[in-house]
Design a protein around this ligand. Structure first.
Ligand code: A2P
Length: 315
């Protein structure tokens, strides 16, 4: 398995199990199955609403000796309603409690967007948001660094950050993010962001690598491209005698990023991990890269229903 090395020498298995959209009734078994199958990397977030069930799966695997805490990597994310300095550590502690862990391996700021403290649900308009003047990113970031200092997390990073937002944060801190988790796949290569991150020693994790077909209808555009059914992807899968999903996962291993396909199905969980064995030649990569059309399945523009955030993707 390809690994990403962090500044202190810690290593992360590049393929992790995603848990966004995983049913509460299925995710405990999915996490347990994944750890039994050989995954060591589980990606979670408080807003996914299933961290207790994820925690039960982790606990079962640890209890049965399937994996040790030292060999396990758990990532979680700070939700937008806890960006104020005083809200960060309590939010982190809630995730730790639900996950039944005493530290996280990686904690990410989920979006560069702040809601009113403690807001439940989706914001309705200006009053539900706090602008970046009211809660600057650096305030949230410093609180995350404090959590690291206290030993509650080993590494800190961000998610859904553009190059411009990363640069801005980096100009204000001596302790740069170690990870940026963003949507990446052949239809959304983001090469400029990838180059910038790698030059600055920031790892990337690819979310929605399979196009997240299980999003709710409200989150889907009518004319979405079918990445798994794409003829080019299917041809490369045929060439390598694997599935389209495996091609889409292996793509990231060839670009030195982590990738977190979500599945709650035991066969697909295994299939996704086995993508690690697929080796593309230069032509395969070139062909996959030619699919790029800067298409986002998860478009953060849903946070632009207000006057405080008007340009989430500003590069
Ligand atoms: P399931 O959980 O039933 O396996 P993403 O990781 O981009 O968010 O995509 C998740 C979606 O892709 C889910 O609907 C998931 O369904 C499905 N999926 C995950 N792995 C595979 C696979 N190997 N083949 C086909 N579909 C998959």
């Amino acid at each position: 398995m390809k690994t990403l090395e962090f500044r202190n020498g810690d290593k992360l298995d590049a393929i992790g199990l995603g848990t966004w959209k995983s049913d509460k009734g299925k995710v405990e078994e999915a996490v347990y199955t994944a750890l039994k199958t050989g995954y060591t990397h589980i990606d979670c977030a408080l807003v996914y609403g299933n961290e207790k069930e994820v925690g039960n799966g982790i606990h079962k695997a640890l209890y049965e000796g399937i994996i040790t805490r030292k060999d396990l990597w758990v990532t979680s994310k700070l939700w937008n309603n806890a960006h104020r300095r005083e809200d960060v550590i309590p939010a982190l502690k809630k995730s730790l409690k639900d996950l039944q862990l005493d530290y996280l391996d990686l904690y990410l700021m989920h979006w560069p967007v702040a809601f009113k403290s403690g807001l439940e649900g989706f914001p309705q308009g200006d009053d539900d948001y706090l602008s970046l003047d009211e809660v600057p990113i650096i305030e949230t970031w410093d609180a995350m660094l404090e959590a690291k200092k206290q030993g509650l997390v080993k590494h800190v990073g961000v998610s859904n950050f553009s190059k411009k937002k990363l640069k801005d944060l980096m100009s204000k801190t001596d302790d740069n993010p170690e990870m940026n988790q963003v949507e990446l796949h052949p239809l959304l290569r983001q090469d400029d962001l990838l180059d910038f991150c790698h030059k600055n020693n920031i790892h990337l994790t690819a979310f929605s690598p399979l196009g997240s077909g299980d999003r709710t209808p409200e989150m889907k555009a009518d004319d979405e491209p079918d990445m798994m059914g794409n003829e080019t992807v299917k041809n490369i899968a045929e060439k390598h005698q694997c599935t389209s999903a495996q091609v889409l996962i292996a793509f990231h291993l060839h670009r030195d990023t982590a990738v977190i396909p979500k599945s709650t199905n035991a066969d697909r969980i295994k299939e996704n991990l086995e993508s690690a064995e697929i080796k593309f030649d230069d032509q395969d990569l070139k062909t996959l890269k030619s699919l790029d059309k800067h298409y986002r399945y998860v478009n953060g523009k849903f946070f632009e229903n207000n006057s405080k955030y008007t340009n989430i993707y500003d590069d």
